[in-house]
Design a protein around this ligand. Structure first.
Ligand code: HEM
Length: 474
């Protein structure tokens, strides 16, 4: 049986109000749950179905929580100063955990998201300039053009039509990442690339769960061959683009050209074709679904908070004077950015970060070995009763300049933190603001009355049943 307390914590109905902690606090509690066979089997079932359901409810109120599965200890690290130790101060002592790597590597190879050690460091250094604000700002016109195309397509639908906002946002951010990476994509079959990405992402839940229980890599699971076919297709497609650019020497204003030209400031060396391919696939997968989910959850929250939506509309109107949003105006949408920030607090697109120590060390007085898992449960930290007043309440004013002052830096981490912080953070935030600023003045999206989406973790945190919403032209 599911633990009702844990389920309700996911649907955010049971959070207790707590005073806002503006000063770092000392972690006090380590709580432990001892395993039993029935408990272990029930946990496994929940891990495959929706791993967040397997989290102990105490992670939403305590600093450190220990849990055991099949002889392995998992330490949930929830206190911001301990998060800082794991992700920032002692980052060199942790690697990305095996289940995550095993889930992602078949498609993404050894790109920035999955590589470790020197291989990661060199790629990250080479790619950093590609994601500097000046470079990312150059992608704004493409982002706005794609959002306008979606706005125009919605305008052709009969008023009151239902859409799956999650699917629509996936399509839109997918178009944007493909266009900004491989401009003039010409012969690329975007529909097939999208379907292949979906097949691959579907397989990651199984791969991660099987790896967590140490099943051998040949273990069959539903969709395994479909995923393998999808990897094959994606690799071939990306390989052909790279070969074509190398052959013709053509340079374009896109991520592919930037990656082919980029060099390591320390060694002067560039990336080889394999590295470029791994990273293009990494950017496609890490870059589109996350941003799409941030937007999907934002549309849902705005549909339930008309006062906030009204303030966003007033800001857009003040910035654009009622004309369509232009690239140079996106930076002025300050309240819109607060809304996106608060939406990613309530519904973080990446709800969990998993690490394994590479040596023996202590976190919060708990001894860890390389066999243990360390979970940084972003969803729980963002709703932690010691860190947030009324954690379940959607309130973008939390991210106003005054309210943010004094909050612990690691009480809020939708893009993680430390050396492995999301490289695409600036790209994603600009993209989300550009899309909201383009679509919102044209349409109100209304969630069906009484519809409460269930967040489900599959590497990213999606609404389990999609996000059915009615489009109402303004
Ligand atoms: C709202 C949108 C996004 C969210 C919430 C998000 C979140 C995250 C998080 C939490 C991590 C850390 C994962 C870990 O350490 O285990 C990460 C890493 C990463 N993200 Fe994002 N991301 C977003 C958008 C993007 C975009 C647009 C791109 C690229 C175009 C991107 C590329 C990456 C890459 C390459 C890494 C690996 C960085 C490294 O390990 O050095 N992400 N992201």
């Amino acid at each position: 049986m599911d633990n009702p307390t844990e389920r309700s914590s996911l649907t955010q109905t049971s959070f207790k109000a707590a005073p806002m902690l503006n000063t770092p606090h000392k972690p006090e509690t380590v709580s432990e749950r001892s395993p039993g066979l029935i408990h272990t089997l029930s946990l496994l079932r929940r891990m495959v179905r929706n791993p967040m359901e397997a989290w102990p409810a105490r992670v939403y109120s305590e600093d450190l929580v220990r849990s055991h599965l099949l002889g392995h200890m998992t330490l949930f690290v929830c206190a911001p100063e301990l998060v800082q130790q794991v992700l920032v101060d002692d980052a060199e002592s942790f690697i990305k955990a095996e289940p995550m790597r095993r889930a992602l590597e078949p498609a993404l190879g050894q790109g920035i998201l999955t590589a470790e050690g020197t291989r990661w460091r060199v790629q990250r250094r080479v790619a950093a300039p590609v994601f500097r604000p000046a470079a990312v700002n150059g992608f704004l016109p493409a982002m706005i053009a794609a959002a306008r195309a979606m706005r125009d397509a919605w305008a052709l639908r009969p008023p009151g039509s239902f859409i799956d906002a999650a699917h629509e946002m996936m399509r839109l951010t997918f178009d944007i990442i493909v266009e900004t990476m491989l401009s003039g994509r010409g012969s690329i079959d975007v529909g097939r690339v999208e379907a292949s990405m979906r097949d691959f992402l579907e397989s990651t839940g199984w791969l991660a769960a099987l790896s967590a229980v140490h099943a051998p890599s040949w273990t069959p699971f539903p969709g395994k061959w479909r995923a393998a076919r999808a990897h094959g297709y994606l690799r071939t497609m990306v390989g052909e683009r790279i070969a074509e650019r190398r052959r013709t020497g053509e340079r374009r204003d896109d991520l592919l050209s930037l990656m082919l030209d980029a060099t390591d400031p320390e060694t002067g060396l560039g990336l080889d074709d394999q590295d470029v391919a791994d990273n293009l696939l990494t950017f496609i997968s890490a870059g589109h679904e996350t941003t799409a989910l941030a937007l999907t959850w934002t549309f849902y929250l705005l549909s339930r908070h008309k006062d906030v939506e009204q303030r966003v509309l007033e800001e857009i109107e003040a910035v654009t004077g009622g004309a369509p949003l232009e690239a140079g105006q996106v930076g002025s949408l300050a309240y819109t950015r607060q809304v996106i920030a608060e939406s990613m607090r309530v519904y973080p697109p990446v709800a969990l970060i998993v690490r394994q120590p590479n040596r023996r060390l202590e976190v919060g007085g708990v001894s860890l070995t390389p066999d243990d898992n360390v979970f940084v449960p972003i969803h729980a930290i963002h709703h932690h009763t010691k860190l947030w007043a009324e954690p379940a309440r959607f309130d973008p004013d939390r991210f106003g300049p005054e309210a943010s002052k004094g909050r612990h830096r690691y009480a809020y981490l939708p893009f993680a933190a430390g050396p492995r912080i999301c490289i695409g953070m600036g790209f994603a935030l600009l993209e989300a603001a550009a899309i909201l600023g383009t679509l919102l003045p044209a349409f109100h999206l209304a969630a069906a009355p009484g519809f409460v989406p269930t967040p489900k973790l599959r590497v990213t945190m999606r609404p389990a049943e999609g996000m059915p919403m009615r489009i109402e032209p303004r």
